[in-house]
Design a protein around this ligand. Structure first.
Ligand code: ADP
Ligand code: MG
Length: 441
């Protein structure tokens, strides 16, 4: 006799299309031991499948259970742990489920955060705050561009404190505003105040949206002071430093600056590579070094792209039943790159290369034999030939070289270097992607 879980999956097979079944449902294993009549636990190999099943099939699965048992269980899709000890197993269960009542992402932890020069300062600040909340820096204000890990860091502090049983509120300006308006119209402002002023840690994400919203600025100001007077920790993120947020009351700006202001810069290539490795580990996607390097070169500064790319690679490779090789990755991600690559000109390449290598664009076209400049010139020529439709004679003329054989010689030289020196190749690929996303000045 099949377990109830298996029966349900069989029934589901008849209701969905074959591809979905092969790709997702077939990967589910029913956990007979841990499941209860009101809780059906399934395990899957990685987070990508888990997310897909949760959003697309969990309701159907619950319904099928109900038909068979008259009880509609909560369906829980958990990621299989690779280690086999039962201790490990329990941790996975905890980690892959959101703690109830909180909106923190359980994978946003310090452990899962890759530290590099670009984010070291903010990381240490957040770590200190998690060890001594309300004492060291209050508020902690983290700012930086999109996808650089601000939310991840702030929630890491939240997850530490949550695990200690503290009350943590994570909110956006919009949520705070909605909550405020709702309580105001329901005449339940006491409850609003209770909620926001009695927590141990208040996380406000993307505070720049407070700009020009006067009433809520006022309310936030009082919440802020109430919390800080009680030594409750506040962490704020923003896309810019307090001074630069327009339409914000001066007293709020000065409050924001009164603790510690920490910035996050775009990650260096090495950090990007480590972040991808980390995401692969968390999502249980296997990529070899070459593919990881390649992905690192095609993402810009926004680390958010990584998960999308991994999920795309993973889905394609499962669909086609092949491994993710570098050729495969290039193919799958080709379109993404092609879009970025239209509109590239030699001028743009020169500007980008010069900026990267800290020289003047005009020096690239000069006759200088300075080794840095020669190096930059070669790279600019190589990129121009690879990324623009210019012919070799045209490029020779543009870069002030004798004739097209000089260009061809340079191309060979760079290709050889790329073949023999992995680091160099990665640098060149990164540069070529920088060019692809650069906009002319
Ligand atoms: P932000 O809030 O700054 O826009 P997020 O915190 O949402 O950025 O980060 C975007 C994605 O990139 C998340 O999946 C996050 O886990 C990941 N990420 C960013 N920086 C790092 C890092 N240093 N280490 C690990 N993951 C990172
Ligand atoms: Mg964010």
């Amino acid at each position: 006799m099949n377990s109830i879980g298996k029966q349900v999956l069989n029934a589901l097979k008849g209701e969905i299309n074959e591809i979905d079944y092969q790709r997702y449902i077939k990967q589910l294993t029913y956990d007979e031991i841990e499941s209860k009549s009101n809780l059906a636990i399934f395990r899957v190999p990685n987070a990508l499948i888990a997310n897909w099943v949760r959003t697309k099939f969990a309701d159907k699965i619950a319904h099928l259970f109900e038909i068979k048992t008259n009880i509609k269980p909560t369906v829980s899709i958990l990621i299989q742990s690779s280690a086999h000890s039962s201790v490990q197993n329990t941790t996975t269960v905890i980690n892959s489920e959101r703690p109830s009542g909180s909106l923190l992402n359980p994978s946003y932890t310090f452990q899962n955060f890759v530290v590099g020069d670009s984010n070291n300062f903010a990381f240490i600040a957040a770590k200190n705050v998690s060890e001594k909340p309300g004492v060291v820096y209050n508020p902690l204000f983290i700012y930086g561009g999109v996808g650089l890990g601000k939310t991840h860091l702030m929630q890491s502090v939240g997850n530490v404190m949550l695990a200690q049983g503290k009350t943590v509120i994570y909110t956006s300006v919009e949520q705070f505003l909605n909550d405020f308006t709702r309580h105001l119209s329901n005449r339940t402002m006491d409850r609003f105040k209770d909620k926001y002023r009695k927590c141990d840690l208040l996380l406000i994400d993307d505070i720049q949206f407070l700009s020009n919203k006067n009433q809520i600025q006022e309310e936030f100001f009082h919440t802020f002071d109430a919390l800080r007077n009680e030594n409750k920790q506040i962490i704020i993120t923003s896309d810019k430093p307090p001074k630069k947020i327009g339409g914000l009351e001066e007293r709020l700006k000065s409050r924001f600056e009164s603790g510690l202001v920490a910035d996050i810069q775009p990650p260096e290539l090495e950090t990007k590579i480590e972040i991808i490795k980390k995401k692969c580990e968390i999502n249980r996607v296997k990529l070899d070094r070459e593919v990881i390097n390649y992905v690192a070169t095609i993402i810009e500064n926004n680390t958010r792209e990584i998960e999308g790319i991994l999920s795309k690679l993973n889905a394609y490779s499962q669909l086609m039943g092949v491994d993710i090789t570098i050729e495969f990755a290039r193919n799958v991600l080709k379109e993404q790159m092609a879009e970025k690559r239209s509109n590239i000109t030699t001028d743009l390449i020169m500007e980008t290369v010069a900026k990267e290598l800290n020289i003047k664009p005009s020096e690239i076209r000069s006759k200088s034999r300075n080794s840095n400049i020669v190096y930059a010139r070669r790279i600019a020529i190589y990129l121009s030939r690879s990324l623009t439709p210019n012919s070799m004679p045209q490029l020779a003329q543009y870069f002030g070289m004798k004739d097209h054989t000089a260009v061809s010689h340079t191309m060979k030289k760079i290709q050889e270097l790329m073949k023999n020196d992995e680091d160099f190749r990665v640098k060149i690929e990164e540069l070529s992607n920088k060019v692809s996303v650069a906009t002319p000045e």
